[in-house]
Ligand binder design. Structure first.
Ligand code: NDP
Ligand code: 8X3
Length: 274
């Protein structure tokens, strides 16, 4: 029987790339988001290109009733859900804690934490009854280290980290895999959303950084999802080459060139030259 994946926030970025990757491999793909036009365009593209079934669910993950209605309906349409990717999320603004916009804070908390919980609460019982399944939570390096002005966004991703661990423990007896994928900076619509449509500022975040791409995260999701049944990646952090953590990154131009041959073959600094 064919496999089914449910991906929240598939109208752009990671979610869209993950939908493409799994459709290419024959999955029935259930895609969600608030932008119906984008859902329909992606559905048409994936069905035509890969000959798979695509189910679209247009809802706001912040709205508990919408989530419940959409996923209750989905459960009548599919026999099983093999994989849930909790991906829908955003950052809004970048300000110190004393100056932050409280509406932005609520949007981030409601989407990244409560939305993820609403969706999981609908799908985890189904996976428990199936006694198999895989929940992939998209966290962030921002859920590992707090960075300047990241306060509330980072807090939501720390919450995802905690919930990922909690899900792994709670669902352990039911053969359900739970994986957090924690990307560093990736050029999607993320910064455009964070900076409320300021495209120049958004581009500036990734300038000369060679950031991750959405397809990199799709590759990783596919890898995590296709390991042998007894293997579960619990937590995976991935950054581009120029980023070491949530707060350490360099520009490509700051990368050091190779050392000249004589320096290279000589003793390392601090080593005795015997
Ligand atoms: P994008 O902005 O490209 O995609 C975000 C997706 O989330 C869209 O499909 C959007 O759909 C959906 N979404 C946002 N709010 C809601 C909502 N209230 N209800 C339903 N869907 C919603 O960003 P990314 O692909 O980069 O982000 C995906 C996830 O990855 C997020 O959780 C983000 O925090 C995380 N992340 C991103 C990183 C990056 O650098 N890009 C790095 C680490 C983690 P629509 O607008 O149609 O509703
Ligand atoms: C997104 C990565 O560093 O822009 O979670 O917060 S970062």
């Amino acid at each position: 029987m064919g496999k089914t994946i449910l991906i929240t926030g598939a109208t752009s970025g990671f979610g869209k790339a993950i939908a493409e990757r799994f459709a290419k491999n024959g999955y029935t793909v259930c895609i969600t988001g608030r932008r119906e036009d984008r859902l329909q365009t992606l559905k048409g593209q994936l069905e035509q290109q890969y000959g798979v079934s695509v189910i679209t669910l247009c809802f706001d993950v912040r709205d508990r009733k919408q989530v419940e209605a959409a996923l209750t309906e989905l459960k009548t349409q599919v026999k099983a859900i093999d994989i849930l990717v909790n991906n829908a999320g955003l950052a809004a603004g970048l300000a110190t804690i004393d100056e932050g916009n409280i509406d932005d804070w609520e949007t981030m908390i409601d989407t990244n934490v409560k939305g993820l919980l609403y969706v999981t609460r609908q799908i985890a019982p189904l996976m428990k009854a199936q006694a198999y399944g895989h929940i992939i939570n998209i966290g962030s390096t921002a859920g590992k280290q707090v960075y300047k002005n990241g306060n509330v966004y980072c807090a939501t991703k720390f919450a995802v980290e905690a919930l990922n661990q909690a899900m792994r423990i709670d669902l352990l007896p039911y053969g359900i895999k739970v994986t957090a994928i924690n990307p560093g900076m990736a050029e999607t619509e993320f910064s455009l959303v964070r900076f409320k449509g300021d495209a120049d500022r958004a581009r500036g975040v990734y300038a000369d950084l060679n950031p991750l791409r959405a397809e990199d995260i799709a590759d990783i999701a596919w890898y995590c999802a296709t390991l042998p049944p007894h293997v579960c990646i619990n937590d995976l952090t991935v950054t581009c080459l120029t980023q070491a953590s949530g707060f350490y990154s360099i520009k490509e131009a700051e990368r050091k060139p190779p050392s000249p041959p004589d320096e290279k073959s000589g003793p390392c600094a601090g080593e005795p030259s015997i």
